[in-house]
Design a protein around this ligand. Structure first.
Ligand code: PLP
Length: 446
């Protein structure tokens, strides 16, 4: 299969520059005022490489819900990642890129009938379930589906405890499997999701052990399971992110599902791949000084053009702690107490109740790293404020890696008349602002 990465016309290759350099350049463009994001493709590719290195047995099916940016999906698809889709629209988005239906899991245990019919029409046969009503629905609309039973096993500490909504308790699995057998449905595997933003890696050991129990129970009922799906929950920001969790997963797999047992292992990571790849940049659109009775400055309220109804929704939804720095160099200016507010008329639209920044003005920019997970997909345009446009940057070494590993058949640079960056060995010298290139990639398998 050929998959194409069609980078946007305004994508840039980074040579000597840093992300901050490019951000400054973008923010300085005439008329630039709306919030925007910078997507560092290098960060995304590095995450894929580390996953492959640390958990070679576990094939990732990226959770599209986390961030459905086109470049992200294209890079992941081209590098052999599968996809976890939660709806008809997500399925369509992934299929339209040329991804094979067999690389998709419809990982939503409670599916609208129309979406289920769509899955059947598109041959998206692998799907999760966790309740009896869903089994009857699947029997009605897609009886040939390959079913993955989602069990509940919660981390003791995580940002979003998904177990309160989904997953059958292991003790109720037997009864549910019996219904599936009576309906003559095809159960092929077990899945779980320990909770998003999981801060208890040990839970993977408990969950994999519980899954093994379900495999045995299913076998007693006459099913022959061959798929284990260890879900999502992998952190997206920090050093040596996968080290501990990979050690626990690999050890548990070795113990309960050794390599020669014939069970295929997949996962549904979302935030791991994208959280740190996106930097959000917002503009200060208004400000208000708060003074005490004798007129001295107590604090400043800065109003920016993205907020908790948009990209910052995770502050409310999963307690995300955000970090901020001014884009301009403020030298040794003292840090003053302030609060940061979103653009809408709603007073709940507060991004940071307490922050410390140098004294800033309307029109100044604020930079927010690690804003790739559940930011744009879970945010809306309440009060008419737009979600940020995404600008793609590709470090030169990443570009070389993509070229080498994707066996690109075309790599095209369209020359413009802006400032020049050196494309490196074998590359044409390319204008920084009008780099347009396409790679048609043969899929590699992770
Ligand atoms: N799979 C399912 C079914 C989910 O609901 C989610 C997140 O809600 C994910 C995967 C991705 O989880 P994470 O971003 O924590 O890796």
């Amino acid at each position: 299969m050929k998959l194409e990465c069609n980078f946007a016309d305004d994508a840039r290759i980074l040579n000597e520059e840093t992300i901050m350099d490019v951000t400054k350049e973008l923010a300085g463009e005439p008329g630039m005022e709306d919030p925007f994001c910078v997507l560092n493709v290098g960060d995304l590719v590095q995450k894929i490489k580390v996953w492959k290195l640390k958990m070679p047995r576990v094939k990732p099916f990226y959770a599209v819900k986390c961030n459905d940016d086109k470049t992200v999906l294209e890079i992941l698809a081209a590098l052999g990642t599968g996809f976890d889709c939660a709806s008809k629209n997500e399925i369509q988005k992934v299929l339209q890129m040329g991804v094979d239906p067999s690389h998709i899991i419809y990982a939503h245990p409670c599916k609208p009938a129309s979406h289920l019919r769509h899955a059947a029409k598109q041959n998206i046969s692998l799907m999760t379930f966790d309740n009896e009503v869903e089994l009857h629905k699947i029997k009605a609309y897609y009886p040939q589906a390959r079913l993955v039973i989602r069990i509940r096993c919660d981390a003791l500490d995580c940002a979003i405890p998904l177990g309160i909504k989904f997953g059958v308790y292991p003790e109720d699995v037997g009864a549910l499997l019996a219904v599936a057998r009576d309906l003559d449905l095809n159960i092929v595997g077990v899945s779980f999701h320990v909770g998003s933003g999981c801060r208890e890696p040990q839970v993977f050991s408990r969950a994999i052990a519980a899954a093994k129990g379900v495999f045995e129970e299913a076998q007693d009922l006459g099913f022959n399971l061959n798929l284990l799906d260890i879900g999502g929950g992998f952190l997206g920001v920090g050093d040596n992110l996968l080290d501990e969790v990979a050690e626990i997963v690999n050890k548990s797999l070795e113990e309960y599902f050794p390599e020669d047992c014939g069970v295929k292992v997949i996962a549904e990571p979302g935030r791991y791949f994208v959280a740190s790849a996106f930097t959000l940049v917002t503009n200060i659109v208004a400000k208000r000084d708060v003074k005490d009775d004798d007129g001295s400055l107590m604090s400043t309220m800065y109003y920016i053009n993205d907020g908790v109804f948009g990209s910052f929704n995770s502050i409310v939804n999963d307690g995300q702690i955000v970090k901020v720095v001014p884009l301009k160099d403020c030298g040794e200016s003292p840090l003053l107490p302030c609060s940061i507010w979103g653009p809408t008329c709603d007073s709940a639209d507060q991004v940071m109740p307490h922050a410390a920044l140098p004294r800033l003005s309307c029109g100044d920019w604020l930079v927010w790293p690690n804003m790739g997970a559940y930011s744009m997909t879970a945010g809306g345009t309440f009060n008419g404020f737009p979600l940020p446009k995404v600008y793609v940057v590709i470090p030169h070494h990443t570009w070389l890696y993509l070229e080498e590993h994707l066996g690109m058949t075309t790599s095209k640079f369209e020359l413009g008349d802006n400032s020049v960056i050196d494309g490196g060995p074998g590359y044409p010298t390319t204008p920084a602002n009008t780099t347009a290139f396409t790679c048609a990639a043969a899929t590699t398998s992770l």
